[in-house]
Design a protein around this ligand. Structure first.
Ligand code: HPA
Length: 261
C-alpha cells in the first residue's frame, strides 16, 4: 500500500530521508511531491505550502494535491497541521489527533464532483478522519509513552489573517478545540477519493485574545516535528491490516458517476 504524509507549516521535508522530487500532472493542475527511496520506499511526502512556503492557505490547490496522491496510488494519508489552541487544556506543543472539524472556509474548490462530466456525489463525514488509522496512531503513541490527545475538533478558517478574539471565543463556544487555515477541504477531498486520512494538529500558539498578542512557540519544535514524523511513518507502515475497519471506502453517495475526469 502506498502512503503519504502531507506536511504543513514547518514541515517541508522528511529530514534524513532520501526523496526524489516529482511534478504530477492532474486535471486540476500540477502538484509537487517527494517520492521516498530506500527505507522510505512507498512513502510520498507533500509540503502543503510548497517547499519554500510560498503558497498561502486560500491558494493551496487542494484538489491537485489530493488527485496527485491518488495518481501516485496512495491509499493512506497522515496530515500534519500547526494550529492555534482554543482551550487551556491544550497548551502549545500538544499533539491533537483530530476527530471532527468545523468549516468556516469560503470560495475554495471543495469537491471533485462538480456536476456534469465531473459527476455528482455527496461524501458522508460522520467520521471525517479514518477511525482505523486513528486507532493505530493511539496504539503507537501509547506504546511509546507519547502524549497524544485522542479527540479534537479542528476549526478551519479561510485565513490568511489570524482570528479576532471574538471569533476565538465563538469557535470555542461552538465546540472547537484548535484553529487552523488548511484542514478543509483536504480532509473531505480524501474522503471523496476513498483514501484513508487522519490528521495530527500541533498548537504553536494560543488563539487570539487568550494572550495579549499571538506568540508562536519555536523552542523545541525541531524535536517535536521529528517525533511526529516518526509517529506518522510508523503509523502508515503496515497499516493495511487495520484498513477496512473504517468508513473511508464506503462513505460516498454517488448520484451520478464522473465521466472519465
Ligand atoms: N489561527 C489560525 N491558524 C493558525 C494559528 C492560529 O492561531 N496558529 C497556527 N496556525
Amino acid at each position: 500500500m502506498r502512503r503519504a504524509i502531507i506536511g504543513g507549516t514547518g514541515f517541508y521535508e522528511i529530514v534524513g530521508g532520501e526523496f526524489i522530487e516529482k511534478v504530477v500532472h492532474t486535471p486540476y493542475g500540477d502538484a509537487l511531491v517527494h517520492e521516498g527511496e530506500g527505507e522510505h520506499s512507498g512513502l510520498i511526502f507533500l509540503a502543503r505550502h510548497g517547499k519554500d512556503h510560498t503558497i498561502p492557505p486560500h491558494r493551496i490547490n487542494y484538489r491537485a494535491n489530493l488527485k496527485a496522491l491518488e495518481i501516485q496510488k496512495v491509499e493512506s494519508i497522515l496530515a500534519v497541521f500547526t494550529v492555534g489552541s482554543l482551550r487551556p487544556t491544550i497548551p502549545p506543543k500538544s499533539l491533537v489527533l483530530l476527530d471532527q472539524f468545523l468549516d468556516f472556509t469560503s470560495g475554495r474548490e471543495a469537491t471533485f464532483f462538480d456536476g456534469g462530466r465531473s459527476g455528482l456525489a455527496h461524501a458522508e463525514v460522520n467520521q471525517p478522519y479514518c477511525s482505523a488509522l486513528r486507532k493505530r496512531l493511539i496504539g503507537i503513541a501509547n506504546s511509546r509513552n507519547m502524549h497524544l490527545i485522542e479527540w479534537g475538533t479542528y476549526v478551519c478558517t479561510n485565513g490568511p489573517r489570524f482570528e479576532t478574539p471574538a471569533e476565538i471565543r465563538m469557535f470555542a463556544a461552538l465546540g472547537g478545540d484548535v484553529v487552523g487555515m488548511t484542514g478543509v477541504p483536504e480532509v473531505s477531498l480524501a474522503r471523496e477519493l476513498g483514501i484513508h486520512y487522519a490528521a495530527i494538529a500541533i498548537p504553536v500558539n494560543w488563539g487570539a485574545g487568550l494572550e495579549t498578542s499571538i506568540s508562536i512557540v519555536r523552542e523545541g519544535m525541531d524535536e517535536l516535528r521529528a517525533s511526529v514524523i516518526r509517529l506518522c511513518t510508523e503509523g502508515l507502515q503496515g497499516f493495511e491490516q487495520g484498513a477496512g475497519d473504517c468508513e473511508c471506502r464506503t462513505a460516498l453517495m454517488v448520484m451520478h458517476p464522473a465521466d472519465g475526469v
